[in-house]
Structures are given as structure tokens and as C-alpha cells.
Design a binder for this molecule. Structure first.
Ligand SMILES: Cc1cc2nc3c(=O)[nH]c(=O)nc-3n(C[C@H](O)[C@H](O)[C@H](O)COP(=O)(O)OP(=O)(O)OC[C@H]3O[C@@H](n4cnc5c(N)ncnc54)[C@H](O)[C@@H]3O)c2cc1C
Length: 280
């Protein structure tokens, strides 16, 4: 399988990327790890006239703690997040989620920012970004802006990033040691995209849940936050009673569609079971 003909550009800095995006607009596509774009081009599902390879652009591949956030540069590879350069609940959460992203060869090339920009409805990084309320920084020749994850994902594979914008960095909130984070996923085979994946983060104070974040993918076109399940946890001691109650609420709160992988009820059951595991 071969892609349709395209013009290949390999800019040496971010300014050059932005100039190329401004010049070519929706005719152009950024090439990051190529793990989604290249298969789509080979199947002729995408036919960009211009490919802008950001592989040689310096400064987009760092992970750093910035105030109360962790900033992940767009070119950070999935595999790097299996061992984040910091400790704590966010580190464990990233490491667990990273191991569910495809297989090792995909994790060696695919990028964090590429996954967010691609917005696959089952992507682990989109799930974490939405559940933790990430801030996504994008740049263009018009300037820089920050998009809240809640405004980013519009539909399957559609985001609010404009055609002339480059995603540069994603900031996740720092989770201090009073947070407990969990992740659980079901896929048909190891390395496959999730049928359903969930994540949770709860802040404990005096043994009770002071704040809760629960999210899921595989139950719609975009990642969802489960506000009712979160509300069911807050104020409760984090034990089996509260966990079972919140998981049941989550199963009722989602509104999945049936597809070749299972019925809507099956997905509701998965949400229930996976959230129970993540919280436990
Ligand atoms: C067999 C297989 C299994 C996989 N399993 C999973 C899985 O379980 N979970 C999962 O999440 N993913 C999975 N993937 C996809 C993989 O994670 C990709 O790496 C990821 O979706 C896209 O990242 P990338 O760097 O490869 O981006 P690319 O493929 O290079 O780009 C993807 C899209 O994002 C755009 N883009 C990339 N970077 C930017 C940027 N900085 N600014 C603006 N737009 C940008 C591109 O133009 C393109 O439209 C799988 C892929 C394969 C081939």
C-alpha cells in the first residue's frame, strides 16, 4: 500500500513549522510519530498535499514540572511515559496508561501530542487529558493559545485545533501524595485499542474523598468525565461501599452505542467493572 503523492517538508525550528502551516492550511498535515497518519495515508483515508515532519524541531520533546503542573512536550514518545522523570501518583498513572498504548514498536515512535491531536475515541492519553482537565497549548503565526481539554475534543478524530495550529505542549495537574490514581482497560488482545478504558483520581482528606475525577473512553465519540459518579464518591470514606456505589452510578451515567465489539449493555457493564478496579 502506498500513499498518494505529497510534498515533504522537514523544518528545523518551530517558526518554520508555523510558517508552513500558515502557507498550506488544510492541505498540510503534521507528521509526528506517524503511527496513525501513515496508515491512514496508506489506506488513502488521508491525502495531505504537504507533510510537515516535526522530527527535527528542537524543544518539543521535554517533560518538565512547571509550578503545579507537569508539562509534556508534543514530541514526547509514549515509551518515555512508561518511566516518567518524577515520582508520585501522576507518575504511576502515566506509566500504567502508557503500557496500554499499542505495542512496543508503536510506543517507540508514537507521540503524546500526536495522540491528543489525532483524538481517537479510544486513546488512553485523550482519556487522561480529559479526566485530569489538561491544558493544551497550540501555536500558530497568529500567536499562542491554551485550549482546555473539555473544549478540545469535538467528535471522533475532530478537535478544536485549527488547521494552521501546532500542538506544542500538554499540561497535566500535579497530583500530590494525598491523591490516589487508578487506570483500568479492557481490550480484546493486549496492544489493541481499548474497548473501554477508565481512569480515576481521588484526593483523600482524613480518610474521606475530598475531590474525585473519573473518566472513560469507549462509551462515545469523545472521552467523558463522569460527574455523577464523582459526586457519589465525594465525602465518603474510600472503601468497598463507596466504590461499588460510584461504579454503579457510572454504569448508569454513560450512554454507549452498540457496535461490532459489543452491545451498549456490555459496555455499561465494562464501565462498572473497570471503575471498580481503578478505584480499588
Ligand atoms: C497497531 C496500532 C495500535 C495502536 N494502538 C493504540 C492504542 O492502544 N492506544 C492509542 O492511543 N493509540 C494507539 N495507536 C496509535 C498510536 O498511539 C499513535 O502513535 C498516535 O495515535 C498518534 O501519534 P503519532 O505521534 O504517531 O502521530 P501521527 O500519526 O504522526 O499524527 C496523527 C495525527 O495528529 C496530527 N498531529 C500530530 N502531531 C501534531 C501536533 N504537534 N500538532 C498538530 N497536529 C499534530 C497529525 O497531523 C495527524 O493528523 C496504535 C497504532 C497502531 C498502528
Amino acid at each position: 500500500m502506498k500513499p498518494a503523492a505529497f510534498q515533504y517538508e522537514r523544518p528545523r525550528d518551530e517558526a518554520e513549522v508555523l510558517d508552513l502551516l500558515a502557507e498550506h492550511g488544510d492541505e498540510a498535515k503534521i507528521l509526528a510519530g506517524g503511527q496513525s497518519l501513515v496508515p491512514m495515508m496508506n489506506f488513502r483515508l488521508a491525502r495531505p498535499a504537504v507533510i510537515i515532519d516535526i522530527g527535527a524541531v528542537p524543544g518539543l520533546g521535554e517533560i518538565s514540572r512547571k509550578e503545579e503542573t507537569v508539562a509534556i512536550g508534543t514530541r514526547v514518545r509514549h515509551i518515555e511515559l512508561e518511566r516518567p522523570p518524577f515520582n508520585g501518583p501522576l507518575s504511576s498513572l502515566l506509566a500504567t496508561a502508557a503500557r496500554h498504548v499499542g505495542h512496543i514498536p508503536i510506543r517507540l515512535r508514537g507521540t503524546f501530542g500526536g495522540s491528543i491531536a489525532h483524538a481517537d475515541p479510544a486513546a488512553e492519553w485523550c482519556l487522561l487529558a480529559r479526566t485530569l482537565d489538561a491544558d493544551v497549548t497550540v501555536a500558530s503565526t497568529r500567536g499562542e493559545r491554551v485550549i482546555a481539554a473539555s473544549d478540545l475534543f469535538q467528535s471522533a478524530f475532530i478537535t478544536s485545533i485549527a488547521d494552521d495550529e501546532l500542538l506544542t505542549e500538554v499540561r497535566l495537574p500535579w497530583l500530590s501524595s494525598d491523591w490516589k490514581a487508578g487506570f483500568s482497560e479492557f481490550s480484546r488482545r493486549a496492544g489493541d485499542f481499548a474497548v473501554v478504558a477508565v481512569t480515576s483520581a481521588v484526593r483523600l482528606a482524613d480518610g474521606h474523598v475530598a475531590e474525585a475525577r473519573i473518566g472513560a473512553v469507549g462509551v462515545g465519540a469523545i472521552p467523558v468525565r463522569l460527574a455523577q459518579a464523582e459526586a457519589a464518591l465525594v465525602g465518603q470514606p474510600l472503601g468497598p461501599v463507596a466504590i461499588n456505589a460510584a461504579s454503579d452510578v457510572a454504569g448508569q451515567e454513560v450512554d454507549p452505542r452498540a457496535d461490532i465489539h459489543g452491545s451498549a449493555d456490555y459496555r455499561r457493564d465494562l464501565v462498572r467493572a473497570l471503575i471498580r478496579r481503578a478505584l480499588s
